[in-house]
Design a protein around this ligand. Structure first.
Ligand code: NAP
Ligand code: GCO
Length: 266
């Protein structure tokens, strides 16, 4: 008999990278609401303090690590400590990510590499660290936070689009290589979400009028609004739970319909 219990994450350990705030925090909050024990990382003490206070405010006893996801030895130490203290990582959300909005011909190679490192190489590093424990345990869920830019390009985001396009294919490859161990790897592709990362695109103009990009996105989105981090909680719980045990290698776009829509005639 089918039951809602298939969405429960009771007793599961969930590691959400870069979850001090923004989309990662909202996903961690949703996974906690479904019963998961939450572990997260960020890069500095200041953000850690603020994050711990935010989790406590929500009644979530999260465990936080200062860890740069591009540093394989830091990641290995973090995962070993989680496995020692809380048990195997059952759910990994590769959320940590940055964007640099620079015209490609003006972008330094180091800047391009930094975006690829954080947005693509790091999900490889963290997934590689947790998969052996998932194999041993006989199940696992990996959710990679892709993007609309896994499908589309636009001016100034060449590194980011290349990274997120690669992350879509890394998702499909992990699904292919580890599906036989009952590990499901899927992506979530958020549309335009109101977080610190997109704040520059929503800043009011000097005369108080909306940012042109703000108006552009609202016009291009059938839902006629920016997404909020909370819009991603339900899709994340679905992909982290037994409800999606036969969903593998899929990218679930949570974008208000923007990818489906050619846009209003001007
Ligand atoms: P955000 O507000 O800028 O938060 C990014 C998080 O990633 C921060 O917690 C940051 O931690 C962490 N981070 C960055 N580099 C890191 C590193 N090397 N090691 C550890 N943590 C690191 O971004 P967001 O909007 O929440 O985005 C979260 C994810 O969703 C990203 O992968 C982004 O590409 C993706 N996404 C966002 C949107 C959107 O419209 N906002 C849409 C599609 C996809 P610190 O505190 O150390 O900076
Ligand atoms: C941008 C935005 C986007 C969003 C997101 C869209 O500059 O175009 O930052 O890249 O962050 O990735 O899905």
């Amino acid at each position: 008999m089918w039951s809602m219990d298939c969405f429960s994450l009771e007793g599961k350990v969930a590691l959400v990278t870069g979850a001090a705030y923004g989309i990662g925090f909202a996903i961690a909050e949703a996974l906690a609401g479904a019963g998961a024990k939450i572990v997260f990382n960020c890069r500095n003490e200041k953000n850690m303090e603020k994050a711990m206070a935010s989790y406590a405010e929500k009644g979530i006893k999260a465990k936080g690590y200062i860890c740069d996801v591009t540093d394989e030895s830091q990641v290995k130490r973090m995962v070993e400590d989680i496995e020692k203290t809380l048990g195997t990582v059952d759910i990994l959300v590769n959320n940590a990510g940055i964007i640099k909005r620079i015209p490609m011909t003006e972008m330094a190679c180091e800047e391009f590499r930094e975006v690829i490192d954080i947005d693509l190489v790091a999900p490889f590093i963290v997934s590689k660290a947790v998969i052996p424990g998932m194999i041993k345990k006989g199940h696992g869920k990996i959710i990679n936070i892709c993007s609309m830019m896994s499908e589309l390009g636009r001016e100034t985001v060449s590194a980011y689009a290349a990274a997120k396009g690669g992350l879509k294919m890394l998702t499909k490859n992990i699904a292919s290589e580890y599906g036989e161990y009952n590990i499901q790897c899927n992506g979530i592709g958020p549309g335009y979400i109101a977080t610190p990362q997109t704040a520059p695109l929503r800043e009011k103009q000097a005369d108080g009028s909306p940012h042109p990009f703000d108006r552009f996105i609202i016009g291009k989105t059938p839902a006629a609004r920016w997404g909020v981090p909370e819009d991603l909680g339900g899709p994340a719980v679905f992909l982290a739970s037994d409800a999606s045990n036969f969903v593998n290698g899929h990218v679930l776009y949570v974008d208000g319909g923007i990818l489906a829509y050619i846009g209003k005639q001007p």
